[in-house]
Design a protein around this ligand. Structure first.
Ligand code: AMP
Length: 217
């Protein structure tokens, strides 16, 4: 099963994707994580993507599409995966469909996590992430037990540079102009399911798992 998770930055795609990936046994393919990893390890891809990621702009399609198609060519994605943060433009959505079609596959489901803009800004500017295992925390709603330390692995927590308020607004602007049209693309294919991202994390996860399990039958 190939599933696309759509939503503005801060909608909870990453959090939901970790649970879904575990519960449904689907590899989690997160474009933002792949870029951050490339930046950390200073690969050629990291150098190419650096300025865009830091400014909250989209990395050019050619670079992003190549990176994702390389990732999905690995054997663990042969029968399905969960896309998080990709596609974000129409060209990306079409490139993904084309590649899957070549392998006789297609996207089964696109799940849109809908959250109002003010709530997104509030969420992102309080977000801290574990450097080691990427577990997300929020200083107001889900703080770590010990300040600055991950509950799961003891790793150091950090705030993503692109989670500062000004960059957050830029990322939301980019989302509205570039990514919203993708909703229509999947809607027309009768693959889009919209979910209320203001629900509690567990409740939303439960609804998504039953949705995916139903599709799997
Ligand atoms: P995310 O963690 O998904 O919010 O992504 C962090 C940053 O990585 C974004 O602000 C972009 O600069 C870049 N990025 C992630 N996914 C994509 C994509 N599908 N297309 C272009 N840029 C992306």
């Amino acid at each position: 099963m190939y599933v696309v998770l759509l939503g503005a930055p801060g909608a909870g795609k990453g959090t939901q994707a970790s649970t879904l990936s575990r519960e449904m046994n689907l590899p989690h393919v997160a474009s933002g994580d792949l870029f951050r990893e490339a930046l950390r390890s200073r690969t050629e891809l990291g150098l190419l993507a650096k300025s865009y990621v830091e400014e909250g702009e989209l990395v050019p399609d050619e670079i992003t599409i190549n990176m994702i198609l390389e990732r999905t060519a690995l054997p663990d994605c042969a029968s399905g995966c969960l896309f998080d943060g990709f596609p974000r433009t129409m060209d990306q959505a079409e490139a993904l469909d084309k590649r899957l079609a070549e392998a006789g596959r297609s996207i089964d489901l696109a799940v849109y996590i809908d959250v109002p803009e003010d709530e997104l800004v509030k969420r992102l500017s309080g977000r801290w992430i574990c450097k080691n295992c990427q577990a997300p925390y929020h200083m107001l709603t889900s703080p770590p037990r010990a300040p600055g330390k991950c509950d799961r692995c003891g790793g150091e927590l950090y705030q993503r540079p692109d989670d500062q308020e000004e960059t957050v607004r830029e990322r939301l602007k980019v989302f509205l102009s570039q990514t919203v049209p993708i909703l229509d693309y999947y809607r027309k294919q009768h693959k889009l399911v919209e979910m209320d991202g203001c629900k509690g994390i567990q409740e939303l996860a439960g609804e998504m798992i039953s949705l995916l399990k139903k599709r799997e039958e």
